[in-house]
Design a protein around this ligand. Structure first.
Ligand code: NDP
Length: 491
């Protein structure tokens, strides 16, 4: 297909053009159009949700035996693997991540479908201990139509993380990808079709959240929303969920602390801190964006860190050696630049970065150099607000009690990193730090088998893990009367 043709979108299994505005997905490295499409309109939203409800009630998907649904999801995983290079290149063009990262995201998406196929097939209802003349059970039912709303930073992985458990549980799924990165959700819907997911169970609604978001989340047939994105949008959806008494999971922002103690293995810690903040160009909810280093090693550590950051390869996402690609949009880079300017105005010193890289390669893309700032305190705005870019703020610490108070002094509580050789200290700080995910002597390692989520403004609920499938099901208790006599009260 020519890149000026208008891509079809998927409305309740029908591949046709949307009825909203025509727009292009742009390659952040050059600003060129990768694909054109028309956004979903409000009419499309209605058709997708009522079609999903119809498919949920009539396709027989929810009634299939778990191993039969699992077989289809295994085929989805297999097709993702067979098309991995195509998908990784497409994801690179859609959001500008380096190819090495998009390959890993595609592999993770395949692993997610495989994992939830297994979770579906092996999930058990329970017979609960009898306390009367009843056989008592706890069973789970699918919910119906589930909405999956995703951000632009890791599309195929976030979308798989919602679609796989929702389908495994027997539901229909309406996916709303970020406006700027619509392509991976469409590819996943195509692959699900190919794998044999019944027609109508999946819809993909590209477009602006401000135009179609409320129509999706407020819709009475949408029984659950799984959202990943910014905290402000998450809170808005939480209000809607409260009014509808609808379960919701919210994976939101972060401002995660990393703590480096004097006894840390410095080579490991430097590499871990660089990876924690600068991989994905810092466009990561779990980026380790606040760094606390023991004063005794502060100067040495920061020297090595600044040298490491300056040596990172920023460039063409198609180049296998590239470590940081461009940022998602020019507007997002502007926001990062204004945070750095604010940090400097507040008295921060830039140790490295703090500007756009120079050279012909960088002229058309939204590039920004890995940036390390020091001389600020944890209460300043640059240390409290999520920047979502390659900007690290470093601070020395003297006292362990003060350190934990500063680390926890944030509205966010998504992740934390601890670098020390002392396992007792790691245990102490690992338990004391308030965060949904804690890494000890490593950072930003994720596994589909381990639950993920945040506390406070970083979110509600958990995704992933074997029990992740239960987020997409309603629990039901059943009592089977075994008494040969009528209930005594009425007799
Ligand atoms: P947004 O909250 O702006 O967008 C996320 C998604 O929500 C997009 O699809 C967006 O649509 C949509 N949306 C916007 N308004 C509404 C609405 N009223 N109703 C329903 N949906 C709506 O976040 P960003 O795109 O800026 O993503 C970055 C944020 O995501 C960061 O804060 C980051 O921390 C967080 N994030 C959290 C992760 C986690 O797991 N905790 C993982 C990755 C990111 P559109 O943009 O198309 O208009």
């Amino acid at each position: 297909m020519n890149s000026t043709d208008t891509l079809p979108i998927c409305i309740a299994g029908n591949w046709r053009q949307g009825q909203g505005d025509r727009y292009a997905s742009l390659y952040p490295a050059t600003g060129e159009a990768v694909a054109w499409l028309r956004a979903a309109s409000l009419t499309d939203v209605e058709e997708a949700i009522s079609g999903a409800d119809h498919a949920f009630r009539t396709s027989g998907w929810a009634q299939r035996k778990p191993h039969e649904r699992a077989a289809v999801l295994h085929r989805v995983a297999q097709l993702i693997r067979e098309q991995a290079e195509y998908l990784a290149q497409r994801q690179r063009l859609d959001n500008g991540k380096p190819i090495s990262e998009t390959r890993a995201l595609v592999a993770s998406a395949a692993g997610t479908f495989q994992f939830f196929a297994a979770a579906c097939e092996t999930m058990e209802d329970t017979i609960t201990p009898m306390r009367g003349d009843n056989l008592t059970m706890s069973v789970y039912e699918p919910m119906g139509v589930v909405a999956a709303i995703t951000p632009w930073n890791s599309p195929i992985a976030s979308e798989a993380q919602k679609m796989a458990p929702a389908l495994a549980a027997g539901n229909a799924v309406v996916v709303k990808p970020a406006e700027v990165t619509p392509l991976m959700a469409l590819e996943l819907a195509r692959i699900c079709d190919e794998a044999g997911v019944p027609k109508g169970l999946i819809s993909v609604l590209p477009g602006k959240g401000s135009v179609i978001g409320d129509a999706i989340t407020l819709h009475p047939l949408v029984r659950r929303v799984s959202f990943t994105g910014g905290t402000a949008t998450g809170k808005h959806i939480a209000h809607i969920a409260a009014d509808k008494m609808m379960p919701v999971s919210l994976e939101l922002g972060g401002k995660s602390p990393t703590m480096v103690f004097e006894d840390a293995d410095l080579a490991h810690a430097v590499a871990g801190v660089l990876y924690g903040i600068f991989s994905s160009s810092g466009e990561s909810c779990i980026a380790g964006s606040r760094l606390f280093v023991a004063r005794g090693i502060y100067d040495v550590f920061i020297e090595r860190l600044a040298a490491g950051a300056a040596a990172l390869r920023v460039g063409d996402p198609a180049d296998e050696r590239t470590q940081l690609g461009p940022l998602i949009t020019p507007r997002h880079r502007d926001s990062i630049e204004s945070y750095v300017a604010m940090g400097v105005a507040d008295g921060g010193r830039i140790r490295t970065g703090g500007s756009r890289p120079q050279g012909a390669l960088y002229e058309r893309g939204n590039y920004y150099s890995p940036t390390l700032i020091e001389g600020l305190s944890n209460r300043q705005r640059i240390c409290q607000e999520e920047i979502f870019g390659p900007v690290l703020v470093a601070m020395p610490f003297d006292d362990e009690q003060d350190l934990i108070e500063q680390a926890n002094d944030s509205v966010y509580a998504l992740a934390a990193g601890i670098w020390t050789r002392d396992y007792k200290k790691a245990w102490r700080f690992g338990r004391a730090v308030q965060a949904g995910n804690v890494w000890i002597n490593t950072y930003k390692q994720l596994s589909i088998s381990t639950p993920f989520g945040g506390w406070r403004d970083s979110g509600l609920g958990r995704e992933k893990g074997r029990l992740g499938i239960l987020q997409y099901m309603e629990q039901k208790s059943m009592y089977w009367g075994l008494n040969e006599q009528p209930l005594p009260w009425a007799s």
